[in-house]
Design a protein around this ligand. Sequence first.
Ligand SMILES: Nc1nc2c(c(=O)[nH]1)N[C@H]1C(S)=C(S)[C@@H](COP(=O)(O)OP(=O)(O)OC[C@H]3O[C@@H](n4cnc5c(=O)[nH]c(N)nc54)[C@H](O)[C@@H]3O)O[C@H]1N2
Ligand SMILES: Nc1nc2c(c(=O)[nH]1)N[C@H]1C(S)=C(S)[C@@H](COP(=O)(O)OP(=O)(O)OC[C@H]3O[C@@H](n4cnc5c(=O)[nH]c(N)nc54)[C@H](O)[C@@H]3O)O[C@H]1N2
Ligand SMILES: [Mo]
Length: 797
Amino acid sequence: MVSDDDRIGDPWGTRTPYDRGTPWPVRTDLHLAPGLTEADVERWVQSASLLHSNGDAMDIAVRGGRIVGVRGRATDRVNHGRLGPKDLYGWQANNSPDRLTRPLVRENGRLVSCDWDTAMDRITSRTRHLLDERGPGSIGFYTTGQLFLEEYYTLAVLARAGIGTNHLDGNTRLCTATAAEALKESFGCDGQPGSYEDIDHCDALALFGHNMAETQTVLWARVLDRLAGGDPPALVCVDPRTTPVARKATVHLAPRPGTNVALLNALLHEIIRTGRVDRAYVDAHTVGFEELAARVEPCTARWASRICDVPAPGIERAAEIIGGAERLTSTVLQGFYQSHQATAAAVQVNNLHLIRGMLGSPGRGLLQMNGQPSAENTRECGADGDLPGFRNWQNDRHVAELAELWNVPPERIPHYAPPTHAMQIFRYAEQGAVRMLWITGTNPAVSLPELDRIRSILGQERLFVVVQDLFATETAQLADVVLPAATWGEKTGTLTNADRTVHLSDKAVEPPGEARADLDIFLDFARRMDFRDRSGGPLITWHDPESAFAAWQRCSAGRPCDYTGLSYDRLRAGTGIQWPCTADAPDGTARLYTEGISFAHPDTCESYGKDLVTGAVDEPAEYRSLNPDGKAVLKAAEYRPPQEDASAGFPLQMITGRTVHHFHTRTKTGRAPELNAAAPEVWAELSGLEAAALDLHPGDLVEVGTPRGSVRARLRITPMRDGVVFLPFHYGYWDTPAGHRPAGDGPGRAANEGTVTDWDPVSKQPLFKTCAARVTLVERGTPAARHRTGTPVGGAR
Ligand SMILES: Nc1nc2c(c(=O)[nH]1)N[C@H]1C(S)=C(S)[C@@H](COP(=O)(O)OP(=O)(O)OC[C@H]3O[C@@H](n4cnc5c(=O)[nH]c(N)nc54)[C@H](O)[C@@H]3O)O[C@H]1N2
Ligand SMILES: Nc1nc2c(c(=O)[nH]1)N[C@H]1C(S)=C(S)[C@@H](COP(=O)(O)OP(=O)(O)OC[C@H]3O[C@@H](n4cnc5c(=O)[nH]c(N)nc54)[C@H](O)[C@@H]3O)O[C@H]1N2
Ligand SMILES: [Mo]
């Protein structure tokens, strides 16, 4: 057992070095409430992390009916016992005294507590009224990447076949829409090609816009252990900031935000120029090479160095590492997905792997990462802008399969257009076409771009807003009905991490007060609405997590994300299991595409593809003629400059992101004392040179303004690109003295006051990492403030 002494200051814990191709050693991390030892724990209940997408398995410690700690599961394939700081301390939020314990309804402008019947009656009567008066298109659902698989599948069936609306999406739109889209563009279908074990085998590791050290601390510990062992991999980092990843990199490229496509085109150019292409692989498994080669032909390192403001020799060096690797593993995350030309850039990483034949064997791993713990399930189950089981909305046979499974006529399932994306659902609400919005497990009043607009949409009289959450969040405060939800540790369900590992999270304790599991709330709604199938039986035939899982297994059968070989019992046997898991592959599947490309055939594929620059949807016939045999598609994209770039009035570029100690809008981590104390207040980051040019010093109170809004924050000087300001997006208003943001108030605290309402044309993911800004002095810092904010908290950065 390892001591948990200072996992705030040292998020990754002690090193357990290992050599290439050997197993990653076990290290079991533990944290219990003060004064308790393992002997005091009455029960250990198996679970997995709900505070990132890594899927770290753990046991929850229970004593006296309460959660009193966590311990990493040594037998699990993902974390080999380790836990990160958010998991070690974050469970305390479950026990927080300000959890919602009863439903609330709005009466005379105020939210007042009520019983479940009253709250559910309000929802069902409004639903019925809208269905009669305006039809199913007046009802929208906005869900999350933080519920369980069983809950998403139930929600997808009740929304798509019960209500019959096309307006169901998740905050996964803000998170991993681009991962899904990039996989669909290259491989015809979503599904993570690689495995975390590729980290154990690779000789080169490239992280594209991924601050893994802070956002997947346990996976980063695995990388650190490889770096400390024999035969370590070369590390390439692409990030405008000198993150802890950059500090360990063999080559760190710090491009201007929004120029990822130019950089990647230059890397592809160099690899082709230096003859590093695996022609046999390209010929056997791909289409489109000639077009790609022609597109990147003019994209020399020198050309890219001018656009990205990165020295050409650095680009050449990175290309040598990537081009020379025998076993290349790459990860991609929000520095690509939330930046300009998101899908186009992420697809070029797929192209790097495809032209080098770096797929389907140990160490040849491509990881288009996820962010949220169950974002994968939102996508699989069709609770986002996809149909369940990675089915293709443009393929009538796929829609007919769902109709048969649910025993409804195919016309009941909307497929006249792509499932509506979240930004469009909010637009419809703004215009008055959507009149009811049911929000589960997400806090858009802090996490969506341009918050003044979001608050005014949610605050409209004519829009009926339902919010299902643990706390009275900024969003809940704008709701008409608030439903108190149970969460992790208080309900049972499964969740699938970024490398397709399915974990079971069991119920350890009762939820507080009258809070209920999201699954139970959805089932109750379906019952009250009396949704029927075509034979007059109930549309939803399951009644608890395990029966919901079985229903999902039937839906997944024969699809890429096939769960038919799994069961709750098997998931209780020691480790999570990677899908597809079937009778033929009972132990799961480490890597996809071990023998060529499997899901891109026109009859099977989830998507026929889109234009990478405009996002225009390709027709089935186009796809069939381009890719009749279902190979991988090498899609080229030209670089286009960002729409909103630095200008005279707003001379800097603003990027936003995360810190190791907080999760999103801090509803959980802000209530864990150790985590909150480590980063209690918003700050802004500038490079030393940039700060000097603006005559600013660490600890100064500054205003970061964009054309849409502004934030006040203390300044930190950190090593990063000049010309860029960074804001963490974690801070909202629930823990300010007012508890909310007063209307018409001046500068705020949330980074999204200033971000832009714009999205990638292909994945529709908002651009949280590309807009123009200015930084001005509000008040000089005192020496104390300087000391507090001048150096990064806890040594983590
Ligand atoms: N501690 C912590 N961990 C988390 C979360 C959390 O909130 N806190 N959230 C989870 C979730 S949902 C997600 S989605 C992931 C996100 O995980 P990450 O993607 O690792 O996190 P971010 O900080 O959003 O962005 C990563 C990096 O992108 C860089 N970047 C910004 N603009 C550009 C650009 O134009 N080009 C390039 N190349 N890089 C750029 C930023 O400098 C930043 O360091 O983390 C997960 N894990
Ligand atoms: N500027 C900027 N904005 C961003 C990003 C960025 O990098 N920069 N990143 C984007 C990304 S990647 C993401 S993922 C989003 C995250 O944005 P949000 O999803 O809005 O953030 P969270 O704070 O995770 O909100 C989750 C909510 O669900 C509640 N909750 C937790 N567990 C449960 C449960 O079991 N049931 C129910 N019903 N509720 C539960 C929590 O209390 C919380 O209120 O933010 C996006 N916004
Ligand atoms: Mo995310």
